[in-house]
Design a protein around this ligand. Structure first.
Ligand code: PMP
Length: 412
């Protein structure tokens, strides 16, 4: 059970919010004891409605890169609010920010700003189709690209026609990518790619450079656009587009979550090849031109450029991984730790190596009771505001949590 205030809020929410909560932040799919509501966030920590404190390994599901309430970024946001924010036209900051993105991201010649990741991926889809007037899009099966009818994993409220022109391949499998592109024939508009395989509930996989290069070649051969969806991983793998590390430049990349450290803004950036098509689609929103999130994003980009946040996050992630591996082997628990250390997916397996959801949920409950917020089936995030002491606290809590789940297993 979460605390009494959280439980009372859940009961009120059930009356006025369908199912009490919706989307990725509902705790209905999380272990027992996870609070739904939080009243304070600072640095690497969260406090729930009952005042319980957590070291937060979810980072708002990605946006928290430099710590909650980062002083520099929030000061830029607040200062801009006292000048102009949402208004009849954008402020000059939109030009500054587009220039900053073009400078920061190797393949980018232009940028457009929106609010959520789904806005950016939907614009990428439309731009790919507008580019040469073609329809088919290839995705890796199981990859998430947003909650619009064309992308949502739940079929309710969608029709098959929403995905009528979609083809699927297996991530990192160049042969199946070729087959999907061949199936699209002369109608191939674009190929969507996750920067690495970061699907829920399955081991994460680094991108195979040969797969990435083949995606580039196939798009070139068919005058289709290659889209990297960097919404979740953007600026967590690299200070450039994640696939820049592989030497592969997409035509479009989608950005969101961390680009303003939690302030609401996302972006579609592209190369000159995609510029005309991006200028043809009609895409807009009442809040897309807000100046304050742009000021926050400029401040975030400056920190991305000038600090060692990325190297710190990787080092902290490696410390967590090593500490958990040591505790797990000592406790006789099989932990599957995959993905880049700064965005780890940590799942509990049974003796055969298969996912053990019951043990994974019990592990989550025990960790939450010890002030550590982990996720049992979604990749997590390390923020630059975490310290070695936070990591050590999490490892020590995990050690105790593993002892507790082993004891329960032995008793049951
Ligand atoms: N693409 C990826 C890879 C994502 O992880 C997400 C969000 N989890 C989205 C797109 C959609 O972003 P948003 O929820 O901001 O619309």
């Amino acid at each position: 059970m979460s605390g009494p205030k959280d439980e009372a809020l859940k009961r009120r929410a059930e009356k006025v919010i369908p199912n009490g909560m919706y989307g990725h932040q509902t705790v209905r799919n999380l272990p027992e004891g996870y609070p739904q509501f939080f009243v304070r966030a600072e640095g690497a920590r969260l406090w729930d409605a009952d005042g319980r404190e957590f070291v937060d390994f979810m980072c708002a599901y990605g946006p928290n890169l430099f710590g909650y309430r980062n002083e520099t970024i929030d000061a830029a946001y607040v200062a801009q609010l006292s000048e102009i924010d949402a208004a009849t036209g954008p402020s000059p900051l939109i030009v500054d920010l587009a220039e900053a993105f073009v400078q920061q991201i190797g393949h980018a010649d232009w940028a457009m700003f929106c609010k959520n990741g789904t806005d950016a991926t939907s614009m990428a889809l439309m731009t790919a189709r507008a580019h040469a007037g073609k329809r088919k899009i290839v995705f890796a099966k199981g990859a998430y690209h947003g909650s619009a009818p064309w992308g949502t994993p739940a079929p309710a409220g969608t029709v098959e026609d929403d995905r009528a022109h979609f083809m699927y391949c297996a991530y990192n499998d160049a042969r199946s990518l070729e087959a999907a592109c061949a199936e699209a024939g002369d109608d191939l508009a674009g190929v969507f790619a996750a920067p690495f395989k970061h699907d829920v509930l399955v081991a994460q996989e680094a991108p195979d450079p040969a797969y990435a290069r083949r995606a580039r070649e196939l798009c070139d051969a068919k005058d289709a656009l290659l889209v990297v969806d960097d919404i979740r991983a953007g600026f967590r793998m690299s200070r450039d587009c994640s696939w820049a590390e592989l030497g592969v430049a997409p035509d479009l990349s989608c950005w969101g979550k961390a680009i303003a450290n939690g302030h609401p803004i996302s972006a579609l950036v592209g190369s000159d090849r995609a510029r005309t098509a991006a200028g043809e689609i009609f895409a807009t929103g009442s809040f897309w031109f807000q100046a304050a999130p742009m000021a926050a994003s400029l401040a975030t980009l400056k920190l991305i450029k000038e600090t060692d946040y990325l190297e710190r996050a990787i080092a902290l992630g490696e410390r967590l991984r090593a500490g958990l591996a040591e505790a797990a082997s000592r406790r006789g628990v099989r932990l599957e730790q995959t993905g880049p250390p700064q965005t780890p997916l940590i799942m509990v397996c049974d003796e055969k190596g298969d996912l053990d959801p019951k043990a994974g949920y019990a592990f989550g409950t025990e960790l939450a009771a010890r002030g550590v917020y982990f996720h049992p089936w979604h990749n997590m995030f390390i923020s630059a505001a975490m310290t070695e002491a936070d990591i050590d606290h999490a490892v020590s809590a995990a050690d105790d949590a593993m002892a507790a789940i082993r004891e329960t297993a032995a008793a049951g």
